[in-house]
Ligand binder design. Structure first.
Ligand code: 6AU
Length: 262
């Protein structure tokens, strides 16, 4: 059987069992985009403006909702309107890491009510499989999906070897899990997607341990599915729309090169 990374996104969408992943692959195909924007800005106005500017070029908007200093319920409504207008999914990068009972409360409640609006969220499996079960109790009835942090992009990260392998085992066993944060394709057991942060065309890293690799490395060589780009798109002095188009083009070309000649 051909590796999933040799198949088109369209084909994988058709064959996929999870409605959310079907929708994601359909968006990717429609928009010819495997680009996710990491919108790490600190006010509501900046986040909405950035999502509206970059929205046409991305398949997923990734948020850190707890860095928005003037968060309110209206922000969520406006983000949902932008998701409909520009045809993208919303991924709240919450990185849950507590016991199942606590993450249930954090995911479904509090100020942010993440499960009500984020199609995708993510977690560390350091507490064991109960974290996935807790999150699934809240998210599964709403049709949401979960990514496991099988690896990280930063220097000296500890998610390696047997820990990464455990992530893969848990993902295969839990149908609420739709894939991973990591640098490569992890398994052919089922079509679990990989989203990769730490992608940049120009910089090699930042002063706090972030490390950047190119779309070619990540998509063509490593078989990942989606590149996550933040400061490469909206950094100081950058034209966010132009940079987003450049990353979309680079990500899509890297994907076409992976598929090879028809
Ligand atoms: O492109 P950057 O460096 O401006 O932003 C990268 C984004 C940030 C991080 O919180 C996130 O990606 N991230 C993650 C995610 C997505 O979970 C994991 C990781 O290992 N490294 C990383 O940078 O919003």
């Amino acid at each position: 059987m051909a590796s999933y990374s040799q198949k088109t996104y369209a084909q994988r969408g058709k064959e996929h069992a999870h409605p959310l992943v079907k929708e994601l692959f359909a968006i990717m195909e429609r928009k010819q985009s495997n680009l996710s924007l990491a919108a790490d800005v600190s006010t509501k106005a900046e986040l909405l403006a950035l999502a509206d500017t970059v929205g046409p070029y991305i398949c997923v908007l990734k948020t850190h909702i707890d860095v928005v200093s003037d968060f309110d319920a209206d922000l969520v409504e406006r983000l949902q309107e932008l998701a409909a207008k520009h045809d993208f999914l919303i991924f709240e990068d919450r990185k849950f890491a507590d016991i199942g009972n606590t993450v249930k409360l954090q995911y479904g409640g509090g100020i942010y009510r993440i499960a009500d609006w984020a199609h995708i969220t993510n977690c560390h499996v350091i507490p064991g499989e109960g974290i996935i079960q807790g999150l699934a109790e809240v998210g599964k009835p709403k049709g949401r999906g979960l990514l496991l942090l099988a690896e990280m992009s930063s220097a000296g990260m500890l998610a390696t070897g047997a820990y990464t392998d455990k992530n893969v085992e848990m993902a295969i066993a839990n149908d609420f899990v739709i894939g991973f944060i990591g640098s490569r394709r992890f398994t052919e057991e089922r079509d679990l997607i990989t989203m990769t942060p730490g992608v940049g065309l120009h910089a090699s890293g930042d002063a706090l341990g972030q490390q950047y690799r190119t779309p070619t490395k990540i998509i063509t060589e490593n078989g990942s599915d989606i590149i996550i780009v933040g400061r490469g798109i909206y950094g100081p002095g950058k034209d966010a729309a132009a940079e987003a188009q450049r990353y979309r083009e680079a990500g899509w070309t890297a994907y076409l090169n992976r598929l090879g000649p028809k």
